[in-house]
Design a protein around this ligand. Structure first.
Ligand SMILES: Cc1cc2nc3c(=O)[nH]c(=O)nc-3n(C[C@H](O)[C@H](O)[C@H](O)COP(=O)(O)O)c2cc1C
Length: 385
């Protein structure tokens, strides 16, 4: 990211970490950021019954419960996929759904995934929509900037997938402009270098409360890490190895170092957040039995056949990495409450700044997490009131 507006002589660009009282800066005081990784897409991994639902009302309840438990953020992904892919019954669009949740929550940060290169989605749209949501959410809303790794989703928009690294270059130019619009004191004119966007005397109000909305991207590739180093406050990472906790703990430290160094090289820092699924019951045996019954009822994912050029999950294809059970999380954390806390502590120890948790049965397992695991996390010093 340029440090100043793309307009010559324009203002310095600020973000939420430049303001001590922004929701993001306040949350960053927690030893381990805590998020919930929603499933508005209704992806189903198993026929074992759950209370889960893609509906707005169900997910509002999850976010409000997480907020009451003191969670820092809620995130939801978004996909554009033809019929027959892994959306279950239906899926809600993330930008609209989490944006709407801004009005029914008070403290929790809300990160919507947005495919920023599909469109026509002009920088002015993103800047104005973002500024509006920033004010509704009082600085709690942000974008997970994704560029589209699957060929079919670009094709749905009548385009061909753009080359992997070029996508990040285009997204970079886009956010140079969007961020300039958020911080500008004058009208902005701009003509894209690598992107088709043009602006003439463009102006956006209101100015976001803390420089700009929270910016995030999810990646594992060198180009994506470089992008995160320049543009993101948080980077959603994956285990470069397998989903088994041992494999994740083995492969993550070098990966985290790479990310930290990339940010340092451009004079910034970026917080790493990973998304485990938590499968827990009072005893290890009960937790393992729960995990096993999910596996015994597993549904084969049609989505696995998608032509994707993503780097982030390549470790899943490498037989030398210890894989998990295929429960859906990026890392699988299975065990009694004490064992869950041990595994979260281990992630924190190797340098993970935050976790975004998903659950097999959201309402039931989140309630269990709040009652049985969260007190232990506090006792371990990973969460403070
Ligand atoms: C935690 C996480 C969440 C993601 N959410 C989405 C999403 O909602 N929609 C999407 O199209 N891609 C999503 N992705 C994929 C990324 O946008 C990206 O395409 C992928 O990580 C590959 O990027 P890379 O090749 O730079 O590693 C997600 C990735 C991760 C790790």
């Amino acid at each position: 990211m340029t440090n100043v507006s793309v307009r010559e002589g324009g203002p310095a660009l600020k973000g939420p970490f430049d303001f001590q009282d922004s929701p993001l800066s306040r949350a960053a005081h927690q030893p381990l950021l805590l998020g919930v990784f929603l499933n508005l897409q209704d992806i189903r991994y198993s026929r074992l019954p759950t209370s889960n639902s893609w509906t707005f009302d169900y997910n509002v309840k999850i976010v409000q419960t997480a907020e009451a438990l003191g969670f820092d953020l809620a995130f939801t992904r978004a996909q554009w996929l033809p019929k027959g892919h892994y959306d279950g019954e239906a899926s809600l669009e993330a930008f609209v759904a989490l944006g709407a949740m801004a009005a029914v929550t008070n403290k929790i940060m809300l990160i919507s995934t947005m495919h920023v290169l599909y469109g026509p989605l002009h920088p002015l749209h993103i800047a104005k929509y973002g500024a509006t949501l920033d004010h509704i959410a009082k600085g709690r809303w942000g974008i997970n900037m994704v560029t589209g790794h699957s060929a079919v989703s670009h094709e749905m928009f009548g385009r061909q997938r753009i080359e992997h690294d070029k996508r990040y270059e285009m997204a970079g130019e886009l956010f140079d402009v969007v961020n300039s619009l958020w911080n500008e004191t004058e009208n902005l004119s701009y003509k894209g270098r690598v992107s088709p966007w043009q602006l003439e005397n463009a102006w956006v109000t209101p100015k976001p409360l803390y420089g700009r909305p929270i910016l995030v991207n999810a990646t594992g590739s060198p180009a994506g890490i470089e992008f995160a180093a320049r543009y993101s406050d948080l980077i959603f990472i994956t285990s470069p190895g397998g989903a088994h906790i041992e494999s994740a703990l083995e492969t993550l430290p070098a990966h985290i170092d790479t990310i930290r160094n990339a940010a340092k090289a451009v004079g910034r820092s970026v917080k790493t957040v990973i998304n485990p699924i938590i499968i827990s019951r009072d005893t290890p045996e009960e937790a393992n039995a729960y995990a096993q019954s999910i596996v015994d009822n597993a549904i084969k994912q049609p989505g696995q056949k998608i032509d994707s050029d993503a780097h982030a999950w390549r470790g899943r294809l490498d037989a030398k990495n210890k894989q998990g059970l295929g429960l859906g999380g990026n890392i699988e954390i299975i065990g009694s409450p004490e064992q869950v806390v041990e595994q979260l502590e281990a992630l924190h120890r190797i340098g993970i700044d935050g976790v975004q948790l998903s659950f097999y049965d959201f309402a039931v397992d989140l309630e269990y997490f709040g009652r049985k695991i969260l007190p232990l996390l506090k006792k371990a010093g990973l969460r403070v009131d």
